[in-house]
Design a binder for this molecule. Structure first.
Ligand code: S3P
Length: 435
């Protein structure tokens, strides 16, 4: 149980944010199917990423985890071996969707399992388009556990039904090992870390922008050529610290080497609309990814209205953005948050439930979230409901430091899935969390 208590001074200093989770998963998957050795630095060493590591180790890829780097010896697109056990992906939705695509085009069968949360999450979004390519599954009403019958697939010309980088990436991985040229169309652009890394590994991949759509062409069966990877720090993890510094008095926080990929930086745009004092310095590109250093100062935030199109550019940041909105001087409306219902928990419902219990007026109408900090309601309960969701736990840890009553946060051990050092890192810059 995590207890979050009010802080008296601000959030100050420099914090080292761990490697980006999305890029870390891809930094294991892509080198594992390339031909040669890759050295990776700043990989996120969290439970979710280790699920992906274990999966490839169980398929006979040599992955060496050292203190300062990770070394992967890939042997090529078709070099994976059947795992002699079920592949347990724990809490990790990204591993589940990406591996389903990759493994459906291998010449062996696999079984994917996950924890209670992952076993409730939808898989049809990835299995359905893969079935069009000829993939075969035993699929338990489209949830994990999932048996994948590895098969030779055929190319696909497919328009994504929902904006999801996980689905897009799963299809790209299937297409990499499939003869011919596949086309995947995304009408709404989503995070493009897979495409960026595959381009640098010399995959036969082309992205054509057609009006506001992306047409991604993948010509399969081309072996990938390793490139060393330096994983940038995770903007999603940084967001908890950004909001903590913004809403607490006398704060000045710096964070270096943060990923600013424009398909992922919606949180900065939203906070900018809320008049947050965030300065970005030293913008540069590493391994095709835009990064920069951030300086955050205490700010008097105002509320904002975000249209549904924002959601895919910052889907993981709504829990912490809601905490910022709870301390703004005017109301906020965040629209089109349906996807939040199928994350590690029903995040839309948990945000509403927990904010309300903390004494912040909020309501959900359809898929829209309204937060009005100007309406006074009395706090109901100081026990947070997390449903073992790491981002809900971290967001309400930030809430407790500002609120004035201790917040009790169960399920905080799930923070390890994405940010193992969260508590220590936050306390080092002025946080007040105890376990
Ligand atoms: C991710 C994509 C997003 C995001 C998840 C990581 C990825 O999911 O919520 O945390 O690494 O591709 P969707 O693509 O399902 O929106």
């Amino acid at each position: 149980m995590l207890v979050s208590s009010k802080i008296v001074n601000g959030i100050n200093g420099t914090v080292k944010i761990p490697g980006d989770k999305s890029i870390s998963h891809r930094s294991i998957i892509i080198p594992s199917i390339s031909k040669g050795v890759t050295q990776i630095s700043n990989l996120l060493k969290s439970e979710d990423v280790f699920r992906t590591v274990n999966a490839f180790q169980s398929m006979n890829v040599n992955i060496q985890i050292n203190k300062d780097d990770v070394i992967i010896e890939g042997k090529g697109l078709n070099s994976l071996n059947k795992s002699d056990k079920v592949i347990d992906l724990g809490n990790s939705g990204t591993s589940a969707r990406l591996l389903t695509g990759l493994l459906s085009s291998q010449n062996f069968d696999s079984i994917l399992v996950g924890d209670t949360s992952l076993s409730k999450r939808p898989m049809a979004r990835i299995t359905k388009p893969l079935e069009i390519m000829g993939a075969k599954f035993d699929n338990n009403h489209n949830k994990l556990p999932l048996k994948i019958y590895g098969k030779k697939l055929h190319k696909i010309d497919y328009e994504l039904e929902l904006p999801s980088a996980q689905v897009k990436s799963g299809l790209i991985f299937a297409a990499l090992n499939t003869d011919g040229k596949s086309r995947i169309i995304e009408k709404k652009i989503t995070r493009n870390h897979t495409e960026i890394m595959l381009e640098s590994f010399e995959a036969d991949i082309k992205i054509n922008q057609v009006d506001s759509e992306n047409h991604i062409f993948v010509n399969g069966k081309k072996e990938l050529v390793p490139k060393n990877i330096s994983v940038p720090s995770d903007l999603s993890s940084a967001s908890f610290f950004i909001v903590a510094a913004l809403i607490n008095k006398n704060s000045f926080l710096t964070m270096k080497n943060i990923n600013l990929n424009p398909t992922r930086d919606g949180i900065l745009k939203a906070l900018n609309l809320m008049q947050a004092n965030i300065q970005i310095n030293n913008k540069r590109t590493t391994n095709g990814e835009l990064v920069g250093d951030l300086e955050i100062k205490t700010s008097e935030l105002k509320g904002c209205e975000l249209e549904s199109d924002n959601a895919r550019l910052m889907i993981d940041e709504y829990p912490i953005l809601s905490i910022a909105a709870a301390f703004a001087k005017s109301p906020s409306i965040f629209k089109g948050l349906g996807e939040l219902k199928v994350k590690e928990s029903n995040r839309l419902d948990l945000i509403r439930h927990n904010l309300y219990n903390c004494g912040i007026f909020c309501k959900v109408s359809g898929e829209d979230l309204y937060i009005d900090p100007t309406k006074k309601i009395s706090p109901k309960k100081n026990q947070i409901k997390t449903d073992n969701d790491h981002r809900i736990a971290m967001s309400f840890a930030i809430m407790g430091m500002k609120l004035g009553v201790d917040l009790y946060i169960p399920g905080s051990e799930f923070i390890k899935t994405s940010f193992p050092n969260f508590i220590v890192s936050l306390n080092n810059v002025g946080g007040n969390l105890s376990e």
